[in-house]
Write a protein that binds this ligand. Structure first.
Ligand SMILES: *Cc1c(COP(=O)(O)O)cnc(C)c1O
Length: 363
């Protein structure tokens, strides 16, 4: 058996037809840049996240960078975040001129709110909690620390679209939240795409300006910026993805439940708080002999992923720059392993995967 971690080809005939019809509509009306599908998508994303506004971007990386800029965060400022994320989180902070400050993680793989307070200095301006694997961070504690210390909270919700905590969606907690809809993510485009959701009218206006060269009325540049607009074609395909989102999340939940029921005695399965409704961007296990397990599964035809193998402060670009006390993250990063958990997996494949993992101990 060969089981890829993720297969991005579209084999479902009906889905393919819906996607091609969506693209066909855009090609026919010809409003290729910021067309009506972008507006429709933005309205739907905002509504989904209980927000007033959404701004479509061409990636979550741009969304994070431009959101920091919208809050005037830059040179001389410090931004507190987790060490365990895709490097885009750090890149966005560093590109504004601000300094990332890393706080250790807990067993849920997310930033540990207990350690945030001691990392706050007179230069701290913002916290970027990352909802890693789709698990929502302890937003109650984070928001209360932010309120006490007058800090901006920007959720990096790239991995968490569709997750809920006490019924509240990821993206509804901070001053703003950034999503990725790249093809790996649960709500997926068929190319690069991202978005910011926000309630504040001034921040919304500034984001709209920043995503198009910092211009007002598309002509006069007020703030040096990038071109971060989302494509209408991606927006049109995302509207199709959005229609199929709930069934997709349901299947991912079923898969996670099956894995946890079969594997909790042999490996460390994700701990999911009862208040969490998880959309399972990834099903990430912890195992002490991770490299052996990965190699064994690979021999059995099962592709797994390590998301992410290098802590952000340890990347070559950053490793001499930022001192941090992150012993939990340094231990856990050597144990994480993501099992295939995409919605197209069939039951016989899931049985095969769990059989192999259970047999690993005797191999
Ligand atoms: C995917 C991801 C990003 C970057 O998203 P892009 O749309 O690929 O730029 C940022 N943060 C996290 C946590 C991610 O998983």
């Amino acid at each position: 058996m060969k089981i890829p971690y993720l297969d991005l080809s579209v084999n479902d005939v009906q889905l393919k037809k819906e996607l091609l019809d969506a693209v066909n509509t855009v090609l026919t009306h010809g409003r290729i840049i910021l067309g009506p599908e972008v507006e429709e998508l933005e309205q739907k994303l905002a509504a989904y996240c209980n927000r007033r506004f959404a701004v479509g971007m061409n990636s979550c990386t741009d969304a994070l960078y431009l959101t920091l800029r919208a809050f005037n965060i830059g040179e001389g400022d410090e931004v507190i975040t987790t060490p365990l994320s895709w490097i885009a989180t750090t890149n966005a902070i560093v590109l504004t001129g601000a300094k990332p400050v890393y706080v250790d993680i807990g067993n849920d793989l997310n930033i540990n709110a207990k350690f945030i307070e001691e990392a706050i200095t007179e230069n701290t301006r913002a916290i970027i909690p990352v909802h890693f694997t789709g698990t929502i961070c302890d937003m109650e504690s984070i928001n209360s620390l932010a309120e006490d210390n007058d800090l901006v909270v920007i959720e990096d919700a790239a991995q968490a679209f569709g997750s809920r905590m006490h019924g509240k969606p990821a993206g509804s907690f901070g001053n703003a939240a950034c999503f990725s809809m790249n093809p790996m993510k649960v709500l997926n485009a068929y190319g690069e795409a991202g978005a910011v959701v926000v309630d504040d009218q001034n921040i919304y206006d500034k984001l709209c300006s920043l995503r198009y060269a910092g211009t007002i009325n598309k002509e006069d540049c007020h703030y040096p910026s990038l071109n971060g607009r989302i494509d209408t074609i991606q927006a049109s395909m995302l509207l199709v993805s959005l229609n199929h989102l709930e069934e997709k999340i349901q299947r991912r939940k079923e898969i996670a439940k099956f894995y946890s029921s079969q594997l909790s005695e042999v490996i460390t399965c994700p701990t999911v708080d009862l208040s969490m409704d998880h959309s399972y961007y990834s099903y990430t296990i912890l195992c002490i002999n991770r490299e052996k397990m990965k190699g064994y599964l690979n021999e059995k035809g099962i592709e797994t992923k390590i998301q992410h193998p290098i802590l952000m402060p340890h990347h070559t670009a950053y490793k001499n720059n930022y001192k941090s006390q992150i012993p939990n993250a340094e231990r856990i990063v050597n144990q994480i392993l993501c099992l295939p958990n995409h919605e197209n997996l069939i039951d016989s494949e899931l049985n095969y995967i769990t059989d192999c993992i259970r047999n690993f101990g005797n191999a």
